[in-house]
Design a protein around this ligand. Structure first.
Ligand SMILES: Cc1cc2nc3c(=O)[nH]c(=O)nc-3n(C[C@H](O)[C@H](O)[C@H](O)COP(=O)(O)O)c2cc1C
Length: 313
């Protein structure tokens, strides 16, 4: 395939594996890049020295382009950005913050910058800040999310109407049919998270991967909007949060219940009761754990099939 995104990143398919805390280390990123997509290392759950190690291992594991996702809430953000430059990373996806803060620094260092947004307003702000492309993420998506609850189906055409730079759709895409739908709505590419969280190379715990496969439609919900809205599987921890909401909690009450390292406990250590289990609505369509290269192949084959199907409409 050849379009603005495949040209920007120099990749075969306009398919990006999302940066995901506790799920996307170098093994997943390099496997996706080797299969023709763009793999991203998720820096959000890594100490700086761990990130450096993952970048170095990724460079050894693939000679194809790969990138790093940096949620800008990161406490060691300066150190992270310096490591990215020192290690010669060519592509950075920033999220959870103001794109004006780091885009000029990254661009000065010759890095391609993409920023993740959940509204038209912030897509345009990212474009003004000088990023090379925007990921527009609907509220179906796994992980942290927009407060406005705008779905991918509505967000993509609204962003497309105003944005000039390339647009990547995220949220609820796990198949080639979903990929084609997003591209028909105006996306140049798709970013896929949940489907790759349930891959062999994902660094998350097997218990979490099995929970993704078992999840059905309606098993996830956006919560903790007063802190940072996040979509979770409705496990015991989620029920505890829901119970607390019946008592009109303060933000501090919510913070106290959340505590520290909930996401690590759930997704990395496999505690399905007490941990946070971040996954998207599309988990209901994920029925197996398979190698990342097979997922890439399956999505692209299904994309071609979907194109033929709609040709007959
Ligand atoms: C387990 C998990 C962890 C995530 N962590 C991050 C993260 O660290 N940074 C980020 O920008 N987005 C993160 N996300 C969101 C993804 O990057 C992506 O945009 C989203 O998963 C796409 O929607 P989908 O899950 O429906 O495919 C995460 C998503 C999941 C499922």
């Amino acid at each position: 395939m050849n379009n603005r995104i495949t040209q920007l990143f120099n990749i075969e398919y306009p398919l990006i594996q999302a940066g995901m805390i506790w799920a996307s280390g170098y093994k997943l990123a390099s496997a996706v890049s080797n299969a023709g997509g763009l793999g991203l290392i998720g820096a959000g759950s890594m100490y700086p020295d761990v990130l450096r190690e993952h970048i170095q291992k990724c460079k050894k594991a693939t000679d194809k382009p790969f990138g790093v996702n940096v949620p800008m809430l990161y406490p060691n953000i300066e150190e992270i950005m310096d490591i990215i430059v020192e290690e010669g990373v060519k592509i950075v996806f920033t999220s959870a913050g103001n794109p004006k803060t780091w885009t000029p620094f990254l661009k000065e260092n010759g890095i391609i910058v993409v920023h993740v947004v959940s509204s038209v307003k912030f897509a345009l702000k990212a474009q003004d800040a000088g990023v090379d492309a925007v990921v527009a993420e609907g509220f179906e998506a796994g992980g942290h999310n927009g407060r406005e609850e705008t779905t991918t189906f509505t967000l993509i055409p609204m962003v497309k109407e105003q944005l000039q730079i390339p647009l990547i759709a995220a949220g609820g895409i796990a198949t080639g049919h979903g990929m084609l739908a997003a591209m028909v709505l105006g996306a140049d590419a798709v970013q896929v998270g949940s489907r790759f969280a349930a891959s062999v190379e994902s660094s998350s715990h097997d218990n979490f991967k099995k929970a993704i496969v078992e999840a059905k439609d309606g098993d996830t919900q956006l919560t903790l909007k007063e802190l940072a809205p996040v979509r979770l599987i409705k496990n015991k921890f989620f029920q505890d949060v829901t119970e607390l909401y019946t008592k009109s909690p303060t933000v501090d009450d919510l913070k106290t219940l959340l505590g520290r390292a909930r996401a690590k406990k759930g997704m990395f250590e496999g505690d399905l009761d007490e941990g946070e289990l971040e996954i998207g609505q599309i988990a209901g369509l994920i029925h197996d754990i398979k190698p990342a290269a097979d997922i890439v192949k399956e999505i692209i084959t299904d994309f071609e099939k979907a194109k033929q199907e709609v040709a007959g409409l």
